[in-house]
Design a protein around this ligand. Sequence first.
Ligand code: RUQ
Ligand code: CUA
Length: 664
Amino acid sequence: MKKILFFVLFITASITLLNISGCKPKNAGDATGSDAASRVFVQPGKYDELYNFVSGGFSGQVSVYGLPSGRLLRVIPVFSVDPEKAWGYSEETKPMLNTSHGEVPWDDQHHLDLSQTNGEIDGRWLFANANNTPRIARIDLKTFRTAEIIEIPNSAGNHSSPFITENTEYVVAGTRFSVPMDDQNGDVAIDTYKKNFKGTISFVSVAPKDGEMKLAFQLLLPGMNFDLSHSGKGPSSGWFFFSCYNSEQAHTLLEVNASKRDKDFILAVNWKKAEEYIKQGKGKKQSVRYAHNKLDEATHTATSVMETETTVLDVKDFPDIVYMIPCPKSPHGCDVDPTGEYIVGSGKLAALIPVFSFTKIQQAIASKTFDGDYEGIPVIKYEAALHGEVKKPGLGPLHTEFDGKGNGYTTFFISSEIVKWSLKDLKVLDRQPTYYSPGHLCIPGGDTKKPYGKYLIAYNKITKDRYLPTGPELAQSAQLFDISGDKMKLLADYPSIGEPHYAQAVPAELISKNSLKIFKLEDNKHPYVTMGEKNSKVVREGNKVHVYMTAIRSHFSPDNIEGVKLGDEVYFHLTNLEQDWDVPHGFGVKGNNNAELLVMPGETQTLKWVPDRVGMFPIYCTDFCSALHQEMSGYVRVSPKGSSVPIAFSLGKNSDALDSLLKK
Ligand code: RUQ
Ligand code: CUA
């Protein structure tokens, strides 16, 4: 009874702390070093040293910054529609947002992982998760475009994702919410959680050549919440480590009920072994429904296919693929150091950081040093797996990254700070305040075998009093630290898009060397491409009107269109004929219940327009492309239903009156 009371008190205290979320550190105003300005100053016309890919949280997108300047370079649309780039609005991109629930125009994007070869960033792809409607996206870093999105069945809340293996063999996703499996009746009482709710971890394979994703297999696990993960590397290659909370299996008031146990778990998964079982045909087929969407670079068009099958391995029947390691107080971050030997668990309510040893975990498994089991999964004795604990590091540890020089850096949400500590002797070496309540942090390459280790960026949840007020909601922010010396030095801070969660950064050269400048027009395989102005035309097919239109500085062809009637569906297929870097053309038509098109050089994109009235409708280019951009415009005449006005289109054809005037 006393013990329970203590827990309630501890939890109440913790919750109160979480609510006030970060007291203001002293010297908040002048924490930067005197040379900070010169360290982050990138001369006008000079490139940044690094790309920083930052998750967009509830914006659903990914943003790209240059470092050390903190300049915003681009927002890549991923899971949310983006009218600026016509993402989810053009006919070509609509299928990318298709799911088994139909078209979903939004999501909550938390984690990113850059593709790796031999445990190092290879600069090819960036993977991103959708938290709400479980999906994983692959962004092609040649084009900075989302190239593929795969939905994850048997999952509800894809927070625990995407985490990749050392050679990008798999992108892995754990379910945040356990639920009844997709092929089971979900119409059950919520309090049957223990009996009916299950967790899964999904392995999505990535084709080495073109990156194509495929749901390879899923592990079926007891119901609880899976949180964060990292794959092993070096000696721990072939393993994955997931933090799990709510081992209490609560389904209400989780803030109290899922914090009852002193320890939750880190789940160690031998994925190589699981893969072997799958190859031996030991998995069970299950029927499910999930969307698999791909953007074809040749046609500039996406397709969506509804897949219907998954292969599931119930870990109960294969006890040598998963083990539980007790981890104090609702673990969140689960990070593996560059050598692959140390696994760091961060308990959101813990006052210490446990560091586990892969060697010891293997010894414990071999000698069966277990502390019973959790729903049939062997639980390794805490002490047997433990390398040691970082004592009194701060309050509310969340995430850890590494500098490759033997140090870990952990964010502390409640005490608003970053703490540097030594992996070897677990001594705290330095601490710096952040403003305020950091969630994730990023060291370029900080979760790979070879961290770049010069900078650290903290992503803050709360910025109270740091920026000009902007109404009830204030900017979230990033803070850049120099970690090249013994002490961390704050260099700069800047607002960020969406709520930033995880981010990764990489030396710019690795990405920029492959960056695509234009799409080659001759390679354009779009079914409605218009190869040159002379091929532009307007074709009626029943009530559908297809406009084969081109854009080049500074006109559309055609730019006068007649014969459209009320009740028609008009498809403007716009091909940008430019073959120059950075010359997109845009397209808008008055009253379209849609977005603009923004068409890259050599590309074709389609805007669907259903005119709602008779009249004259101007069209124009929305992207300032040339000195005569404002002249890049035209008219579409819409006649009544049943009118006899024939389809007609032209460019540069004036009335006789105007022609004679121009001749004078
Ligand atoms: S989480 S703030 Cu959504 Cu990655 Cu830890
Ligand atoms: Cu084309 Cu402005």
